[in-house]
Design a protein around this ligand. Sequence first.
Ligand SMILES: [Zn+2]
Length: 133
Amino acid sequence: MVRTAGQVIDDAVLGSLEYSVSELKVPLIVILGHDSCGAVRATKDAVEAGEMPSGFIRDLVERITPSVLTSLRNERHEVNDMVVEHVKQTARRLADTSHVISEAVEKGQTAVIGLSYSLGEGRAELVSGIGEL
Ligand SMILES: [Zn+2]
């Protein structure tokens, strides 16, 4: 379990996931976003206001901003739509960024799926998938 606000990926997350794939042979990586996400909401607010937060929250916001911009460009203005977009982009980015993970996916040793979890309903919906399950 690698847990970050807004399921953002940084070098430590990539290192942890590459270790889990290459050494622990995990067969599935799940990107789990959730509705009403505060990190995604903070990014939406920052983009709309044109003002970046200070400190390391800025780092989170910068990593989530591409997903918020894509959502807005597609006329999706709700935080929960942005969460789904961000889950998709995070899964894609993981495969794009990490050779270890993309090679493991190509060899069928692992797969990456994206889920959006509904806090109210207590269940998750599949929103993206990379590789064969
Ligand atoms: Zn959250």
